[in-house]
Design a protein around this ligand. Structure first.
Ligand code: ATP
Ligand code: MG
Length: 273
């Protein structure tokens, strides 16, 4: 049975209530268990590898994948697993950290626009301009009348990118507060994960509900037909990997790409000894 990614998509006008979305859910997955879920990934990786090669060879389409989540939501792991095996030429990850002084001296889209994909490229945004209506809002880094207007800017900015030839998909990895606790604890307990632990992450955790509300506003107000959000239940990593793979693969398939026509006379060419 086909995995219908539309089930995860936020439609225009939807009321988003994240507390009613089961973070351990596995919508559209009809396999039996975790082992089967894990076993399904390599075939998806291969399909994505083929599609990315086609995108690169054709050289006219651009794909932007935006990933947002609470801390320890699995952004890095998603990128690692979903894009495993894909030729790194033509795929780039842009990670958006706390803005530098130079970035803060410009409008918030300045650093973002320079990272969007060019022809034949896939760019993954690990965090994005959405931080400017999430952390910036909850941590009150700018006054409300300023971040409030950013929803419109963002919708318009993305519409411009789409009009000019970029395909956009936006993914919210939805984890529960309990799952975050487990993952943060693991960063404390496992020496090889210690480097990922930041005491600063406990701040947003303490403001969990405010962040969920901010995410709900983002999902409701910026999911458009052209640049849709998908809510991916992400407590189960194997399901998250399958769902995100399906979203990326099916979006690329819809582009109906083909290899560029070969140069004329290829059939007459003889490679000299
Ligand atoms: P991990 O989940 O593996 O820890 P990460 O995405 O959290 O990875 P970090 O370097 O730990 O990466 O954190 C980036 C930090 O930068 C986050 O706390 C995020 O909220 C913050 N940040 C990103 N964009 C902005 C912004 N525009 N304004 C303020 N803070 C921002
Ligand atoms: Mg972090």
């Amino acid at each position: 049975m086909a995995f219908d990614i539309d089930v995860l998509r936020v439609k225009k006008g939807d009321n988003v209530d994240l507390s009613s979305v089961d973070t351990r859910g596995t919508p559209e997955w009809d396999g039996d268990d975790k082992d089967e879920g894990k076993a399904a990934l390599p075939a998806l990786n291969e399909r994505l590898e083929t599609l990315q090669e086609l995108l690169y060879a054709q050289g006219t389409e651009r794909l932007l994948v935006v990933i947002q989540a609470m801390d320890a939501g699995g952004k890095d792991g998603t990128v690692r697993h979903v894009f495993e095996g894909v030729n790194p030429t033509g795929v780039r990850v842009a990670s958006f950290k706390r803005p530098t002084e130079a970035e803060l001296a410009h409008d918030y889209l300045w650093r973002v626009h320079s990272q969007v994909p060019g022809d034949g490229e896939i760019t993954i945004f690990n965090r994005s301009h959405y931080e400017d209506v999430l952390v910036v809002r909850v941590a009150e880094l700018v006054p409300e009348d300023r971040w409030e207007r950013r929803f419109d800017h963002i919708v318009n900015f993305e519409e411009m990118l789409v009009d000019e030839g970029t395909t956009i998909i936006k993914i919210f990895l939805h984890i529960s507060k309990d799952e975050q606790k487990e993952r943060l604890q693991e960063r404390l307990d496992r020496p090889e994960k210690n480097w990922k632990f930041e005491e600063g992450d406990l701040g947003p955790r303490a403001q969990w509900d405010e962040y969920q509300k901010a995410f709900e506003d983002v999902l409701e107000r910026t999911s458009t037909d052209d640049a849709p959000w998908y809510i991916v239940p992400a407590d189960r990593k194997w399901y998250r990997n399958i769902a995100v793979s399906e979203i990326v693969i099916q979006t690329l398939e819809r582009l109906d790409m083909s290899f560029p026509p070969p140069e004329e006379g290829l059939d007459k060419i003889v490679i000299p000894d």
